[in-house]
Write a protein that binds this ligand. Structure first.
Ligand SMILES: [Zn+2]
Ligand SMILES: [Zn+2]
Ligand SMILES: [Zn+2]
Length: 257
């Protein structure tokens, strides 16, 4: 910071005047009487000082040397230091502002990023949930299909079993039928045999009767027959019959043939 004097009065060495009525007999700083030595007038406060309490300074604007007393010099230095401190303070404030801006920007970015991340996380969670629900649904469908398949298999098994049982029953019935047929055949055959035998026997009887009739004379046979047989023979041989006698001698009944 450049020094700019308020007072334009160029009162330099030696100062012969007392322009503003300032006392020019004693030094303003050390109060010593000026003797023969030089005295200077401060161009800031206009006071007179001895050469021990006077400073030469360079006036930047006028590019010349000016005089300034120790008091003003100290004040000036104070001002300069103050200004420097102020400047440093301003710089610091500026830096703080920059840092703050930067921090705010970073913070804003961080917040934005965090929001984005949380949104992404939420989306991921939603997607995961949706996928899980879909998987569960598919699993449920699969289980249902499996259950259906199992049920169908069971039905098939039951039907198969029923069919097998039916086959077995049919087979049994068939076996029974064939057995009955065989039995029927056997019975028929037996009946036929019995009939044949009967016919044979009848034929034999007929033959025997014929033989009896033809071979022997009735009066020779009669004495060997029982009463009933005698009556039967007498029917063939025109004998009279009596209804009261219908039993042979051995007690067997008379047949109708
Ligand atoms: Zn002095
Ligand atoms: Zn001064
Ligand atoms: Zn008889």
């Amino acid at each position: 910071m450049s020094y700019q004097p308020e007072n334009t009065l160029q009162q330099c060495e030696p100062s012969p005047t007392n322009a503003d009525g300032k006392k020019d007999r004693k030094c303003f700083v050390c109060n010593k009487k000026f003797g023969l030595g030089k005295k200077y007038q401060c161009c800031m406060c206009q006071n007179f000082v001895c050469n021990r309490h006077c400073m030469k300074r360079r006036d930047e604007e006028k590019e010349s040397k000016i005089y300034i007393c120790d008091v003003c010099d100290i004040e000036q230095m104070k001002e300069e230091i103050k200004a420097e401190i102020l400047q440093e303070l301003n710089k610091l404030n500026e830096n703080i502002k920059l840092a703050k801006d930067s921090y705010e920007k970073t913070e804003a970015a961080r917040v934005k990023k965090a929001a984005k991340v949380s949104k992404l996380e939420e989306e991921l969670l939603t997607t995961e949930k949706r996928q899980k629900a879909k998987e569960d649904e598919i699993l449920a469908q699969l289980n249902e299909e499996l259950a259906k398949g199992r049920k169908a298999g069971e039905s098939v098994d039951i039907t198969k079993k029923e069919l097998e049982e039916l086959y077995i029953s049919e087979q049994k019935i068939n076996e029974k039928c064939s057995l009955n047929e065989v039995k029927n055949e056997e019975t028929k055959a037996e009946i036929l045999k019995i009939k044949e035998k009967k016919n044979e026997l009848l034929a034999q009887i007929e033959h025997l009767s014929g033989n009896l009739k033809g071979s022997l004379p009735l009066d020779q046979v009669l004495p060997h027959l029982c009463d009933l047989c005698k009556k039967r023979v007498s029917v063939d041989g025109k004998y009279l019959t009596r209804d009261s006698d219908k039993k042979h001698d051995d007690g067997s009944l008379l047949s109708n043939d």
